[in-house]
Design a protein around this ligand. Structure first.
Ligand code: ATP
Length: 443
């Protein structure tokens, strides 16, 4: 990592702690490595990302339904999916500095860290094992799911029967996944416990590549709606040597994560999983998971296009994309220029003086039922603006001494620093319009 990269990540991690986005898990006990807790603002941002995904992928579409499966899954699921056999990363250790690396991340046989000699590659199982029930023998072994999608395949028949969905259609799920990553690092980019957002789109085999292209465009559209700058995101097709055992074609949506080798790191994978998973579960379970094509009156095993992203990685990309430092009228400020739909706090009410707190609280109470809003009366007004800039709050509402007379307040916009004065009685409506269409001057 270059100094700049380390610097940017350090600054972001520090901001995340300072403002209550993300904390090191178990910090008071020295911290659990690569485990993260989301604070008051982090949980809101995470939920806003997830809700935006769910609305885009499920709620607004007639052809995608949702589900929410158990984390502890029947072990045979992982046998059928190939995880018990294939879900390993070959790792090499440096004999000199003791660093550990994924073999596919290392070129040659010397350590990328110190140039030392590396061991032969060894396999590391990535699934978290646990026991179910009182017995502690092999029959009680179960696994925490390493991905959310397998329970979609396992429930395919149930969902077709329950919903009468016709091909093509999708099943979507968000939730926790667990991988005992050997090289977990780079903040929430790679942790051992993380949240996925996955959608499996079932279609006839002849149309799989068409839907692959369709979903790629949809997913890029979603990232653009989150406000991620187009220069910082790209797609990259996997070459044949990279393809997962289940996929016939696969493409990554990548972001310019500052620590990523080559400058780009995976944000989401789009894959044509063919009929691999359904067929594997048909074979393992002995159940008929095929789909009856009623028009042609024949049974088929559909192909599947998967879109598979992570909430934590998306959040990290959104935060990196939004982070900036600038000088305004001779003063430094740090801003999180988050899209207003993602911002955890939409507006803050700030009385100019504590003497105005009671009146300003009335304004706060007026908007509280409509938006996540904060009240802040401590410190100079400049300091309070800076706090809100760092938290990514798009609108600050200042209540000053004139407000007592003219029953109006000033709204200050985070990025342009433009201000408008409006009557308190139109405040909620104005904020609703601003949330819908953005700040007029920014158009
Ligand atoms: P990588 O090559 O970075 O290990 P992957 O190809 O194994 O990722 P997938 O199995 O395709 O990842 O998982 C889909 C998505 O889940 C990823 O694009 C990423 O957003 C997220 N994800 C996977 N592993 C992790 C992790 N350890 N921590 C955080 N997010 C993860």
């Amino acid at each position: 990592m270059t100094a700049d990269v380390t610097d940017l990540m350090k600054k972001l991690v520090s901001l995340c702690k300072r403002r209550g986005y993300v904390f090191q898990s178990g910090e008071i006990y020295g911290g659990l490595q690569s485990s993260w807790d989301y604070g008051p603002l982090g949980v809101e941002l995470k939920k806003n990302i997830e809700t935006s995904w769910w609305n885009f992928m499920v709620s607004t579409r007639p052809d995608v339904v949702g589900m929410d499966s158990a984390i502890i899954t029947h072990p045979d699921v992982w046998k059928a999916s190939g995880h018990l056999k294939n879900f390993h990363d070959p790792m090499v250790d440096c004999l000199k500095c003791k660093g550990r690396f994924r073999q596919d991340h290392v070129e040659g046989d010397s350590c990328p860290n110190c140039g030392g000699k590396l061991t032969e590659p060894r396999d590391f199982g990535l699934m978290f094992k646990t026991q179910m029930g009182a017995l502690e023998d092999d029959s009680a072994t179960v696994y925490l799911r390493p991905e959310t999608c397998q329970s979609i395949f396992v429930n395919f028949k149930n969902i077709v029967t329950a919903t009468r969905q016709k091909l093509p259609f999708g099943i979507a799920q968000t939730g926790k996944a667990f991988r005992n990553e050997i090289t977990a690092r780079n903040f929430v980019f790679r942790s051992r416990e993380f949240e996925q957002m996955e959608m499996e789109f079932f279609c006839i085999p002849e149309e799989a590549e068409k839907w692959f292209e369709y979903w790629l465009n949809e997913r890029m559209q979603w990232y653009s709606e989150l406000g991620i700058k187009s220069d910082n995101i790209r797609t990259r097709k996997h070459d044949d040597s990279e393809l997962a055992h289940y996929a016939s074609s696969c493409l990554d949506i990548e972001y310019t994560f500052p620590f990523a080798t080559g400058g780009w790191g995976e944000l989401e994978g789009i894959a044509n999983r063919t009929d691999f998973d359904l067929k594997a579960h048909i074979e393992e379970s002995g159940q008929d998971l095929s789909y009856l094509d009623q028009i042609n009156n024949k049974k088929i095993v559909p192909f599947v296009i998967e879109t598979s992203g992570g909430i934590g990685r998306t959040m990290l990309a959104v935060l990196l994309d939004a982070y900036r430092e600038e000088e305004i009228e001779g003063r430094e400020r740090i801003v999180l220029g988050l899209h207003r739909n993602l911002a955890p706090i939409k507006a803050a009410v700030l009385p100019l003086s504590k003497k105005l707190s009671e009146n300003a609280l009335e304004v706060f109470n007026l908007i509280r039922p409509h938006f996540p809003v904060q009240f802040d009366e401590t410190g100079s007004i400049g300091k309070r603006y800076r706090r809100m800039d760092e938290a990514g709050t798009p609108f600050c509402i200042t209540y000053d001494f004139d407000s007592l007379e003219d029953k109006s307040v000033t709204i200050r916009e985070r990025d342009s620093l433009d201000q408008i004065r409006i009557p308190v009685e139109t405040l909620v409506e104005t904020l609703k319009n601003l949330m819908d269409s953005g700040w007029p001057a920014a158009k």
